[in-house]
Design a binder for this molecule. Sequence first.
Ligand SMILES: Nc1ncnc2c1ncn2[C@@H]1O[C@H](COP(=O)(O)OP(=O)(O)OP(=O)(O)O)[C@@H](O)[C@H]1O
Length: 236
Amino acid sequence: MADLLLELEDVRAGYGEAVVLDGVSLSLPANGSLALLGRNGVGKTTLLLAAMGFVGIMRGAVRLGVRDISRLAPHRRAQAGLGWVSQERDIFPSLSVEENLTVAARPGRWDTSSIYALFPRLRERRGNMGNQLSGGEQQMLALARTLMTNPSVLLLDEPFEGLAPIIIEELTGAVRKMIDDEGVAIVLVEQHAEVALRLTRDAVILERGMIAHRAPSQELLHDHATLERYLGLKLG
Ligand SMILES: Nc1ncnc2c1ncn2[C@@H]1O[C@H](COP(=O)(O)OP(=O)(O)OP(=O)(O)O)[C@@H](O)[C@H]1O
């Protein structure tokens, strides 16, 4: 069990009385990358929210390394090393790109120069205000801001949602470098299953709040029957 970074064990979580996730266990090793797939409403975002502490768990445990973080508030989990990129593109609209980055900074491998090397477009835009950026640039900045906190694990919730194909290509290029060259550990929730599977090493498919399938991403990419069964994808 060496080097397990993030672990969810037998997690039950939901909203009020409603149970959305039940008996979910998964783990992410150091340098791991996990695609979290499933149809709309199966609980993917809820799983990330439960890991981050925005949704409380009714049963089970969330661990970061050897530390049980199940009872920690979200900001404490962030301090402990969980990085969260929500669907909301969390940036400060009236701060410049550079200010957005520097206010998030915590010591570590990621600083403005390594971020600008990963996202040359943000370097070009460093003096622009957050609200002057396109949707794709805002998404890059939201991701870059979280990297600036130097997290040990990055949780990404549908980062490519609603973006033009050309921007998706640019962003996936950066995420690929992050994973392959920099060894950033990530959990990636994504509707674009093919994109997610090409980026990650491992994948799980959620169905009705439970894990229905686990496989290496490359294997799942070619398992058309499973992709069609759980995701309704017709490939090949
Ligand atoms: N704040 C909330 N209060 C009550 N129920 C919620 C809340 N947020 C989500 N749900 C419900 O929880 C279930 C799982 O939602 P969740 O957003 O986790 O799914 P998802 O797999 O991420 O779907 P999508 O791809 O549509 O984002 C859904 O039935 C949804 O209606």
